[in-house]
Design a protein around this ligand. Structure first.
Ligand code: FAD
Length: 354
């Protein structure tokens, strides 16, 4: 096995609270690594309501899920946390030296599929978001080569689809947006496949989709996937059954399944932590679980009076950071300093005064 990454703090979950957790740790001089199952940061804000307004972030009259996440990422930049996306934290175990060995779902041959950390911050929200998959037996062997469950925000990801016969499966915002984005790539053949001619997206997106269909740049296919065809271990076609029960092949080189994501508490429940109705029990002074050094913040935790609000998660993250600082720097008391006036915090934030 490769050597684990050694760190003082590991944040599990890159939702709004996990991101702010890393910021608060950075202010106290603790560098962190952040792991998330999704290929991008943002948790529920990005996955469930990217363009809906949020009106109760302190000091911000209105923002959207997407804008809030962009601001949190910008705010976090000075601390340069390392993101490990597309991987789920599966297991953690305390080692003889008191640190935790944390294992993720990253391919064991990848550089570092595990971490050795002094403190852990579980900011896992409602659980790891996992894509709703197609229930077509055997199709998953094409995952990662011809079958994808996210349209990755990375600029070069869409290049994989240029000039290819692409089928997008789904009916919600993400599927409609991907269809619009890919239909504008050069010399593409893009098909949007859904079992009914009913789509759920913002009106402007639906209008753009219908106009691409009308102009022939986007094909619409109504039906259900009954099976697939392959040649020399390559996916070549889907067998699609239409509303009249007739099954015909739909040639495909790239398949993008965007049927939404469902959260799964998954491994968090198996780490031996005190749990109550699928939430981790914490104290309200340090937001620590029953395991010293493991904190839980945001939607994943519970305590008397808990409210699942972003601003509550931010408060929890601030207090958990101070508690962690006492573990990471046992010989140096961590004093409260203001970002307005502290030279040390200005240095850490990279703030220069003219
Ligand atoms: C429609 C809607 C509207 C909302 N509006 C508001 C609002 O107006 N104001 C407000 O304050 N709140 C609102 N909320 C609630 C708010 O979104 C949540 O309180 C907030 O997202 C919680 O943040 P979090 O970081 O704790 O968890 P999440 O946002 O759920 O993020 C958790 C992250 O952890 C990852 N994860 C989980 N398990 C693992 C694992 N084992 N390994 C790796 N990664 C893992 C997940 O993939 C996810 O990305 C709304 C929620 C919804 C659904």
């Amino acid at each position: 096995m490769n050597q684990p990454i050694e760190t003082d703090a590991l944040v599990i979950g890159a939702g709004p609270v996990g991101l702010f957790q890393a910021f608060e740790l950075g202010l106290l001089g603790i560098q962190s690594h952040i792991v998330d199952t999704l290929p991008y940061a943002g948790g529920q804000c990005i996955e469930l309501y990217p363009d809906k307004p949020i009106y109760d972030i302190p000091g911000t009259v209105a923002t959207t899920g997407r804008q809030l996440v962009a601001s949190l990422l910008e705010q976090l930049k000075p601390f340069k946390p390392a993101f490990h996306l597309n991987q789920q934290v599966n297991a953690l175990a305390r080692q003889a030296d008191g640190r935790f060995l944390v294992e993720t779902s990253a391919n064991p041959s990848s550089a570092n599929p595990s971490f050795l950390t002094q403190t852990i911050f579980i900011a896992a929200g409602v659980g790891a978001f996992q894509p709703k998959k197609l229930t077509v037996h055997g199709l998953d062997i094409f995952a990662g080569t011809q079958l994808f469950y996210h349209l990755d925000a990375q600029a070069d990801f869409a290049d994989n689809f240029v000039g290819k016969q692409v089928t997008i499966v789904g009916s919600e915002d993400t599927a409609v947006e991907a269809a619009i984005q890919l239909a504008t790539l050069p010399s593409n053949s893009i098909t949007l496949l859904h079992r009914r001619d009913v789509f759920n997206a913002a009106p402007d997106k639906l209008e753009a989709m219908r106009s691409l269909i009308a102009s022939g740049k986007l094909q619409l296919r109504i039906g259900q996937i009954a099976g697939f065809e392959e040649q020399q271990s390559r996916l070549t076609a889907l067998q699609v059954t239409d509303v009249d029960g007739k099954t015909e092949p739909l040639p495909v080189e790239m398949l993008l399944v965007l049927q939404g994501l469902s959260p799964k508490l998954g491994p968090v429940a198996e780490w031996g932590l005190d749990i109550e109705r699928k939430q981790l029990k914490v104290d309200t002074e340090q937001f620590q679980t029953n395991e010293p050094g493991i904190f839980a913040v945001g939607d994943i935790n519970t305590y008397p009076g808990k409210k699942k609000l972003i601003l509550c998660g931010f408060h929890e993250a601030a207090l958990a950071s101070f508690a962690a600082a006492a573990l990471v720097f046992p010989d140096t008391p961590t004093l409260l300093q203001y970002t307005t006036t502290s030279t040390l915090l200005h240095q850490r934030l990279g703030v220069t005064h003219s």
